[in-house]
Every structure is written in C-alpha cells, then in structure tokens.
Design a protein around this ligand. Structure first.
Ligand code: FE2
Ligand code: FE2
Length: 195
C-alpha cells in the first residue's frame, strides 16, 4: 500500500457541483478563504511541532504553494470585481473532522496529518469536478492546475505521517477517518462552497 492507493469513500453529489456552477462568484470567495486557511494550517503545523524537523521543509513548501493558490484565486476575483469575505463562516466540515482526533500527543499529531491528507483529497475531488464541468476554458485549466496540486498535497501529508508511524497504522487510521469523513460530508447542506 502507498499513499496514492488511498481513496475517499464517497463522491461529491451532482447537486453540489450544480450549486457551485449556479453561484460561481460565491464559490470563488469561499475557495480563496480555503486556500488562505490551508496555507495557515501548514504553518500552524510548523508552529505546533518545531521538533519534527523531518517535515518542516515540506510544510513550509506546502504553505507557500497554498498561499500561491490564494494569490491566483484572488487575481480571478479581482478580474470579476469580487471582494474577499469580511468574516469567514465556520467550516463545519473541518470542525467535525478535527473532533475525530484522538487525544494523546502522538496520536493527535498522526490524526492531524491524516485529516490534512483527507481534506486535500477532497479538495482534489471537488476541484476536479469544477474543472470537468465548468464551460469557461481558462477556468477549467486553472482548476486543473489546482486539483493536480491538491492531489499531490494529499500524498505529501500521508508521507509525512509515515516518517513517524508504522505504515499499517497510518493506512488503517486513514481508512477509519475517511469513513467518518464520508458521513460528515453527507450531512453537509448543499451550498456553493468548497465544503
Ligand atoms: Fe491549495
Ligand atoms: Fe492543498
């Protein structure tokens, strides 16, 4: 088993992509927030685990890539005359996922990395749907670049976990958390947002 064999348990619904395409400006604003938060998340790993030297360079690299995504999404927003959201809505999906973490220091670290991987995989799946369904060729290309990058991040976070935990443990826990993710995703209201 390797990180690229890991698969989410359910696909996003056709209703979700329909909602996104129906209010794409709303989606873009949420997407921009998501990229900025992803960058912040990578850097918060650095702040929380300064002793995990094996993964710090990759975390910094990921933080920069997410910030670059933010820059590019904001550029598209500017072209469309859109402004960033004033207050950022609570991300119920992320909140619920983080509640599934075990409590010991090591287990929490492991789960944090696995959840990051699952969130990146979901980003890959949803941005790919956007790229596949959107009519505008430029946006389809842009979202293709984004989903390829998020797919890579999905693997990167698992590989980080494999630095510290045995592979069977990481992959088993990934499967358990991916099943919980499927339940959490199914319960979300359909909205023109990433989650
Ligand atoms: Fe990103
Ligand atoms: Fe990412």
């Amino acid at each position: 088993m390797k990180s690229s064999d890991l698969k989410l348990k359910i696909d996003s619904s056709p209703a979700w992509i329909a909602a996104v395409l129906n209010d794409f400006d709303h989606f873009l604003k949420d997407h921009a927030d998501a990229e900025r938060k992803a960058s912040g998340m990578a850097m918060s790993f650095v702040a929380k685990y300064p002793d995990r030297r094996e993964i710090i360079p990759e975390l910094i690299h990921t933080g920069i890539e997410e910030l670059e995504h933010f820059r590019l999404v904001y550029k598209i927003m500017e072209e469309r005359g859109l402004q960033l959201n004033h207050s950022i809505e609570k991300d119920i999906y992320i909140d619920k996922l983080l509640k599934t973490m075990h409590s010991g220091r090591e287990e929490r670290f492991r789960d944090r990395l696995i959840i990051a991987s699952i969130v990146e995989n979901r980003g890959f799946e949803r941005f790919k749907m956007v790229s596949d369904h959107i009519e505008d060729k430029k946006l389809a290309d842009f979202y293709r670049m984004i989903y390829l990058s998020e797919a890579k991040h999905g693997h990167v976070f698992v590989d980080m976990a494999l630095n510290y935990f045995p592979a069977p443990e990481v992959f088993e826990r990934w499967e358990v958390l991916a099943s919980l993710e499927a339940d959490i995703l199914s319960d979300l209201a359909i909205r023109p947002t990433l989650h």
